[in-house]
Design a protein around this ligand. Sequence first.
Ligand code: LR7
Ligand code: MN
Length: 602
Amino acid sequence: YLFLLFFAFFMFAISINLYVSSIQSYDAEPRHPKPPPKRRSLWPYKNIVAHYIGKGDIFGNMTADDYNINQFEPKQGEGADGRPVIVPPRDRFRMQRFFKLNSFNILASDRIPLNRTLKDYRTGECRDKRYANSLPNTSVIIVFHNEAWSVLLRTITSVINRSPRHLLREIILVDDASNRSFLKRQLEAYIQVLAVPTRLYRMKERSGLVPARLLGAQHARGDVLTFLDAHCECSRGWLEPLLARIGESREVVICPVIDIISDDNFSYTKTFENHWGAFNWQLSFRWFSSDRKRQTTANTKDSTAPIATPGMAGGLFAIDRKYFYEMGAYDSDMRIWGGENVEMSFRIWQCGGRIEISPCSHVGHIFRSSTPYTFPGGMSEVLTANLARAATVWMDDWQYFVMLYTAGLSLSARDKVNVTDRLALREKLQCKPFSWYLETIWPEHFFPAPDRFFGRIIWLDGETECTQAYSKHMKNLPGRALSREWKRAFEEIDHKAEEFMSLIDLERDKCLRPLHDNVPRSSLQPVTVGDCTSHAQTMDMFVITPKGQIMTNDNVCLTYRPPKQGALKLLRNRNATISNVMLTQCAIEPSQQWTYDMDTQQ
Ligand code: LR7
Ligand code: MN
């Protein structure tokens, strides 16, 4: 028995060793252009020791340098036509281990050829569309920080293969101080042999995507600047509609439809073409889907015409190069990540330009659920500072609303930023006020406004099955108020909360609670009630529009849904009435129309 036990242990040790060294064999540089010789360990157990003591254990954290472990072995036909990739079971362990390096499944990507085929995602009308012979040409600018090899190169390859050669003037790569070694000489060598002039610039130190894009733009010579994230795939016919729209009007910033490349299996999924974008109370970008007017010159309903959008996602867009600079390029003080898309959306619209999405242009982007890279200075600090800059310069009175209702974006964050030069730009370009933006460009918005009520809603649970919302704490915001008044108004709401608490019967009264983060914008969700809180920041706040919509953050509206006939269960349910009030995407329909009497506050 002892012998058997010993033998079993021996076999176990050997298999562990084999397994771990198989992980280590992932330690090869990408195949192109020249695979470096494999390093062989002199002492076989070094790998195990390195795993458990040195480089962090196999279940633990990895550093960027570990990514030199890159096995790029595309297999013909894998991922063809945008199909998902299946990583064989024997690689599942490595797959999980390497996922966190990029927050996407690099093993799946490494199996797909750089020039994989995609479907044609355009509608028939878009395919049939003919464009002028003389479109402006473009520089494609791709900035990256520690991007994965196969993903970055597939982005570049798709740009080259799917752009008409005469329209693609050059590709400009900007490395935002990556520390992965294959992004150094190896990348430089790779881009020498490409069919389109490709240049690489490097940031001296990690700065963020805004400074990197500014550096790229500075070296660009095309008529148009087209920005892409470093993990995209352009599909057939993506470029012409963008350039054609700018050829028509140089004051248009034009975005493609952003399709989804799975972070898990790299499948390419077409998204809806009639989506448009805007921002929630925390200024994060959101997609919306109600119909908006298309930008057509003709009266006919042209399905190929671009759709105006109040906000842009930020990563994928084309803009006339000179116009980019006339309009103040970017706020160069925005660091690392975030906020620049908010700033640009407000600025372009308020200063006389337009932002549109072309339904005929499809580009895939890998959406990730977490950020793989570091945020020097702290993620929330960096984001807060960037958003505070955007809000202070462009949002007028609404900046106070954003400051109070955004976790982390306090009034003190605003006081720290110095935006003198951006305010001067706003002055120089004679830009319109934020109220104009909300009313004209984004009439569906869900922000409080002078013609709207804003506050909490108390639910008086009841005798009756009729659904009615009662409010005791609505505040009519001052009309053409000065900023200071607005600031006071919001602080008052916060302040009055205590007073408000004394008004309500804590035992009986409950406040309506929107489940902001959990509400899928497309489906019905029952509203919840909970204890009334006293902090503005908790966001159990609603806006009542003159049309009677009760809106809250993220385009969610209170909707009445009649109880099902003869549902005995409902009668027995004490919460029968509340269960008829749902939260769903705002739309102009009778089930979303409520009445509010200002005098009785009911
Ligand atoms: O410090 C950094 N330095 C960089 O060079 C941080 C990032 N980057 C690069 C990075 O390698 C990538 O190529 O900048 C690019 C964008 O960074 P991502 O991919 O981490 O950003 P994201 O796709 O999560 O975020 C979106 O919002 C950002 C706000 O700052 C930028 O505007 C991104 O470009 C933008 N991406 C898109 O719009 C793609 C569609 C997403 C949607 C909806
Ligand atoms: Mn991205």
